[in-house]
Design a protein around this ligand. Sequence first.
Ligand SMILES: Cc1cc2nc3c(=O)[nH]c(=O)nc-3n(C[C@H](O)[C@H](O)[C@H](O)COP(=O)(O)OP(=O)(O)OC[C@H]3O[C@@H](n4cnc5c(N)ncnc54)[C@H](O)[C@@H]3O)c2cc1C
Length: 199
Amino acid sequence: MPAYKDEIQATVEEGIEIRNGWGPKQILGNGSVTGIELKQCVSVFDANGKFKPTYDENKIISVDAPQVIVAIGQMIDGELTKHIGIDMERGCFKVNPATLETSVEGIFAGGDNASGPGSVIEAVAAGKRAAESISRYLNNEDMLANRFEYSLKPLQEELLPSTKRVAKKNRASADDLPVDKRINNFNEIEISFLRGRGN
Ligand SMILES: Cc1cc2nc3c(=O)[nH]c(=O)nc-3n(C[C@H](O)[C@H](O)[C@H](O)COP(=O)(O)OP(=O)(O)OC[C@H]3O[C@@H](n4cnc5c(N)ncnc54)[C@H](O)[C@@H]3O)c2cc1C
């Protein structure tokens, strides 16, 4: 399961049962939700290491549930952009990675809809990159000249000597609120490093 070890541990501490290797087949119910049917996952990645789960459709279990929360696995509704004719790749908008321009001139895409599931900071960075591209596009400027991906390398080289001098340390972990104080509320669970040390 692609999750951090401490997040898995915190989940188990809260009494949540983790069932690895099952994918959703269908949500069960009759007017309202009563459960979910799951099919067994037999492989997670394709030959190129891309996330592409396959399932054994004959190995099915169902789990009773008064509520089902869909947390991951969202996809683009291709119908929405079909009439514009933007090329898709693995269910996402296909973009030029440097400019984030789609196959349709003047249309740009970034974030999860272009990269697949990513992180907030990647989506923010994509927004910035797309904004730069849109500005250049509207002002008829060179779309590629002096983009930050070309300036990243010298910066890395400049930083390298100092990073080599720094001794490696284990990653620090912040404390969590005790289990009984973090269930059924919206309290911040991760106590900061400073507060965790009693400051
Ligand atoms: C359960 C979960 C936990 C995560 N935890 C983390 C984490 O801890 N740290 C982290 O960095 N990232 C995390 N992520 C990933 C992060 O949330 C995404 O990478 C990020 O939100 C992507 O940003 P985005 O702007 O590309 O897309 P989104 O945040 O999905 O924004 C797309 C927006 O477009 C709207 N929209 C869709 N269709 C239309 C339409 N037709 N018209 C108008 N609006 C529309 C949607 O409602 C949505 O508001 C998590 C994701 C999930 C699902």
